[in-house]
Design a protein around this ligand. Structure first.
Ligand SMILES: [Zn+2]
Length: 73
């Protein structure tokens, strides 16, 4: 189940909501103030490697966004 992260632009509260693919921010409200129009953020739980079936895809990079990879060791 995908997780959608929302951020209330009213109070600034960030919360995650479990929604389905079909349902796209239908009845999403802020659990704090109840703002019916929260800002959806890009969650790191984004579906990765959905396309392609029956392939030897294991232990491979590409999903993770490249960022700071310096200073290891
Ligand atoms: Zn709020």
């Amino acid at each position: 189940m995908p997780i959608y992260e929302y951020e209330c632009k009213k109070c600034g509260k960030t919360f995650e909501i479990y929604q389905r693919i079909s349902e796209t921010s239908k009845d999403v409200k802020c659990p704090v103030c109840g703002e019916p129009d929260p800002q959806r953020k890009i969650s790191a739980f984004s579906s990765c490697g959905t396309s392609g079936s029956g392939g030897g895809y294991s232990s491979g990079g590409g999903c993770s966004s490249s960022g700071h990879s310096s200073g290891f060791g």
